[in-house]
Design a protein around this ligand. Structure first.
Ligand code: ATP
Ligand code: MG
Length: 406
């Protein structure tokens, strides 16, 4: 490996009009957190980017990790040269000689971001290009479609010479846009919605409704696994609220409003989530809904369900097709877990013909007949268990303390 540093780019456009300092600080913190297992790395920050010295660590596993950090636009393994022509020329040769396969064509793309440097970008293209050409007999310049684009970026702290730009996940650094509650089922959609919300800089706490003992321990394990995966992307532990929903569901079934059952359940879920959100200081609720996918996801259903809360409902997947969502689930590594065949609390109580067009007045009236509903929602909130999850399952703890059923 000829490269000794990695330059990580973030910021510029997206940072305009925002609190730039805070944004940068968060970004640096997230990068360091993501790479904390690589002990030898050292970090230097500059405006809108960070330079990481590898100090002997290998680049590939670091690249794998960096690809998943939100807010990063792109990154490159580089050689950093002092701002002297000979040093830069030498670094250029090193990069070219380090290529896996000798290319037939190349071009130099120099950028002088530090104006006091003696040579303009045009001059550098020429000075570095001709130096490389002298060293490779068969190499030609192709400015339109070169096999290799040799980049030479001159900043105040030095000149970075490299030929690869790896795209980052984009978005905003985790937590830079506030906090929301994620309604996390065991399905395919909601983990993807969570990933997209986090990419936009939202910190998340997950909320899962279970109908133990009608739903199994495996169903719960599945949600825990999904939450662990999301915590990997968060780069921080993720809270999972496990809400006991059996009593409420059983009571709603007794209302004998079969076709409105899903509507009533979803509204109850939102009310509970809103209370949890207030306690957690979250300002919104994220769901995995996608327009038209099921009866509860028609415009009319979403209208009646959404009125159960005043918090903004964020639905990142709303306009996506199922196949697009599946592709994302595969890419972020939640698909395999999501398709495990364990029952969800709602499918258990699913009516034969759910309405696609509920009437708000009728729904509100049905709820008003259940005088103990408010109290039951409160109790569910009180009995909610919270787990704090990290990407890896912790080693078994000594069997001490309370008995927990998960
Ligand atoms: P998913 O694949 O996320 O389960 P879905 O297409 O199966 O979504 P629904 O089952 O109708 O659709 O659920 C719509 C949304 O409601 C989910 O994306 C999720 O955000 C929320 N949700 C459903 N069931 C639960 C649950 N048991 N706990 C928490 N949230 C849930
Ligand atoms: Mg579902």
């Amino acid at each position: 490996m000829i490269y000794d540093k990695v330059i990580v780019r973030y910021g510029d456009l997206v940072m305009k009009g925002r609190n730039r300092n805070q944004f940068e600080k968060r970004m640096q913190q997230q990068i360091k957190r993501a790479l904390k297992s690589f002990a030898a790395l050292t970090y230097a920050k500059s405006f809108g980017r960070m330079t990481i010295s590898l100090n002997g660590e290998s680049f590939e596993p670091i690249a794998e990790r960096l690809k998943d950090v939100f807010g990063i636009i792109s990154f490159s393994p580089v050689i950093q040269a002092e701002n002297e022509l000979e040093n830069i020329q030498a670094a250029a040769l090193q990069v070219m000689k380090g290529l896996e396969k000798e290319p037939a064509t190349f071009k130099v793309n120099a950028k002088r971001a530090w104006k006091p440097f003696a040579h303009s970008s045009q001059e550098m293209n020429h000075l570095v290009g001709s130096h490389v050409l002298r060293a490779f007999a068969d190499l030609k310049v192709d400015v339109r479609k070169p096999e290799v684009e040799l980049r030479v970026d001159t900043y105040e702290e030095g000149t970075f010479v490299y030929n690869t730009v790896i795209p980052g996940a984009g978005g905003f650094p985790f937590g830079s846009n506030g906090k929301a509650m994620l309604l996390l089922s065991g399905g395919i959609d909601s983990p993807v919605a969570g990933w997209m919300a986090m990419r936009k800089g939202l910190e998340l706490e997950a909320v899962h409704f279970h109908s133990y003992p009608f739903t199994s321990d495996q169903a719960k394990e599945k949600v825990i696994d999904l939450a662990r995966r999301l915590s990997y992307y968060a780069g921080a532990p993720l809270k999972l609220h496990l809400v006991p929903f059996t009593d409420i569901q059983t009571r709603l079934v007794q209302a004998k409003q079969d076709s409105m059952m899903i509507t009533l359940m979803r509204r109850a879920m939102l009310r509970i989530t809103e209370q949890l959100a207030v306690r957690s200081g979250a300002g919104g609720i994220v769901t995995g809904e996608s327009l038209g996918q099921v009866a509860s996801q028609t415009l009319s259903s979403m209208n009646v369900i959404g009125r159960a809360t005043v918090l903004p409902l964020l639905k990142p997947l709303i306009m996506m097709d199922k196949q697009e969502i599946i592709n994302e689930a595969v890419r972020i590594g939640t698909f395999e877990t999501s398709i495990l065949p364990y029952e969800d609390c709602c499918t258990l109580f699913l009516p034969k013909s759910p309405t696609t067009n509920p009437n708000l007045n009728v729904v509100e009236r049905a709820e008003s007949y259940i005088s103990e509903l408010e109290q039951m929602l409160l109790e569910a909130v009180e009995r909610t268990e919270v787990m704090e999850l990290t990407p890896e399952a912790q080693p078994e703890e000594e069997p001490a303390g309370e008995d927990r059923w998960f």
